[in-house]
Design a protein around this ligand. Structure first.
Ligand code: 5RP
Length: 223
């Protein structure tokens, strides 16, 4: 069974015709966008969407899902997005796909964020997955050093021989901290560094988690 697809499709069952929806990024959010496309095309749902990355926007447009800008909407009803790790309090690490900034802007402007993930993403303590941090290119070397001083092993993300660039034209530094015992505190410390745009810790943002399991089950956990 495709656990990611199961979780994503279950999450779409919480949507309603007429909603404004935030579209996440990644291989799990992909399935949610496909399912929303089906609702628009087969069930003639009137959905308006805002995408968290250029690739999700492209996928949505190819399915005929109307994409809007923030200037055209008041509030997003529900955002469905994936995660690299999720803990028992629904705190997340995101940004494995490089879209953390747009993802956080969309999620924090949504009435509800539903996280979709396969069972492997559920952890007791965040931090096994290196924390993605989006940094501006100007002075990135100094920003990198300051991140290292917070106690992590940082690596600038690469795209083959070139530095990886986000949709916003910034770099990503992946910061291996190991166990993160105070995610809220670390979030504040990282974002206090000038040159950091934002980091992949999502604290008290997600309100529901839909997990998919290889055996075909899904589990919904509300925060
Ligand atoms: C992209 C993200 C993704 O949601 C996260 O990386 C999970 O991706 P996938 O669903 O492919 O495992 O944060 O920036």
């Amino acid at each position: 069974m495709n656990a990611k697809k199961l979780a994503a499709e279950k999450a779409v069952s919480f949507l309603e015709n007429g909603m404004t929806v935030g579209l996440g990024t990644g291989s799990t959010a992909y399935w949610a966008i496909e399912k929303i496309g089906e609702k628009v095309n087969k069930d003639k749902w009137k959905i308006r969407a805002i995408a968290t990355s250029l690739r999700s926007e492209e996928q949505a447009r190819s399915l005929g899902i109307p994409i809007l800008s923030f200037a055209e909407i008041d509030v997003i009803d529900v955002t469905i997005d994936g995660a690299d790790e999720v803990d028992g309090q629904l705190h997340l690490i995101k940004g494995g796909g490089g879209a953390l900034l747009r993802e956080k802007i969309v999620a924090t402007n949504s009435r509800q964020m539903i996280v979709v993930a396969d069972e492997s993403k559920k952890v007791k303590t965040l931090g096994k997955f290196p924390l993605p941090v989006e940094v501006v290119i100007f002075g990135w070397e100094r920003t990198f050093e300051k991140l290292k001083k917070l106690g992590c092993n940082p690596g600038r993300r690469m795209n083959q021989a070139e530095p990886y660039l986000t949709d916003n034209g910034n770099y990503i530094v992946d910061c291996a901290f190991g166990e993160i015992n105070d995610p809220a505190g670390l979030h504040e410390q990282i974002n206090a560094i000038t040159g950091v745009v934002d980091n992949g810790l999502f604290i008290h943002i997600a309100s529901k988690l839909v997990l998919g399991f290889e055996n075909g089950n899904t589990q919904v956990i509300s925060g």
